[in-house]
Design a protein around this ligand. Structure first.
Ligand code: AP5
Length: 225
């Protein structure tokens, strides 16, 4: 069973923009030590570094559109070669389309591996917009805050490293609306696929982050509360 000693845990964190995937991923990674693989973070790093993938991705991200499948799929295929992934992984923000899910299946199948669980976090859209418009992130260490729900001790300053907090370029109301449309049209249809495969665990993402984690731990074999 998943979670036994030496058993790698392979998880997907699924859900619309702003439901708290990154927040819960940090918690899960802190408790299990499995690799947290966020395609959003990888793409933002590629943009900062000016790599070919980053140069392609930037205009899609800023508008709130999905980056082409091939660009994201290549990043994931390379990342899943990493040594740290042998202990398991937590995919955050991937897959987001049918071709991406097909590519993930092919990568895992070629290694004789399979997913253990797809954790689907649900939050009402009005709450999502409030979460995203108030989000502030630290460009130095990646920590995430919210001006009202998770405020830093000093406004605008990261609690962890003292860096100046920023608002993400895609956290404007216009880009959020496009991201939500992309989620409904291209990503949400994957829910049926994972439900049919018996992999889907849906949890309510409302309430405090600790409460959400407790629901996830209760729903996912191998995670502890
Ligand atoms: P990505 O970075 O993956 O963004 P996203 O999926 O839109 O999700 P977010 O990071 O916005 O939100 P989250 O669910 O992680 O919430 P968080 O924990 O931060 O992708 C960005 C872009 O990259 C995409 O639009 C696309 O262009 C591209 N991309 C990425 N992956 C791709 C792929 N596979 N294919 C194609 N393109 C791809 O929380 C949000 C806020 O709420 C924070 O301020 C937090 O403090 C607060 N909060 C969290 N939990 C709670 C709570 N329980 N109560 C109150 N506040 C809370």
């Amino acid at each position: 069973m998943a979670g036994e000693a030496n058993r790698a845990l392979r998880l997907v964190l699924f859900g619309a923009p702003g439901v708290g995937k990154g927040t819960q991923a940090s918690e899960i990674q802190g408790r299990t030590g499995i690799a947290h693989i966020s395609t959003g973070d990888m793409l933002r790093t590629a943009v900062q570094q000016g790599t070919p993938a980053g140069m392609t991705a930037q205009r899609f991200i800023d508008r709130g559109d999905l980056v082409p499948d091939e660009v994201v799929g290549d990043l994931i295929a390379e990342r899943l070669e990493g040594d740290d992934v042998r202990k398991g992984f937590l995919l955050d923000g991937f897959p987001r389309t049918v071709p991406q899910a097909d590519r993930l299946d092919a990568i895992l199948e070629s290694r004789g591996q399979a997913l253990d669980c797809v954790i689907n976090i649900e939050v009402r859209e009005r709450e999502i917009v409030a979460r995203l418009t108030g989000r502030r992130t630290c460009p130095s260490c990646g920590a995430t805050f919210h001006v009202r729900f998770q405020p830093p001790r000093t406004a605008g300053v990261c609690d962890s490293c003292g860096g100046a907090l920023e608002q993400r370029s895609d956290d404007t109301e216009e880009a959020i609306a496009r991201r939500l449309r992309a989620y409904r049209a291209q990503t949400a249809p994957l829910l049926n696929r994972y439900r049919a495969a018996g992999l889907l665990a849906t949890v309510d993402g409302g309430g405090e982050p600790d409460e959400v984690y407790a629901r996830i731990a209760a729903a996912v074999p191998g995670l502890q509360g």
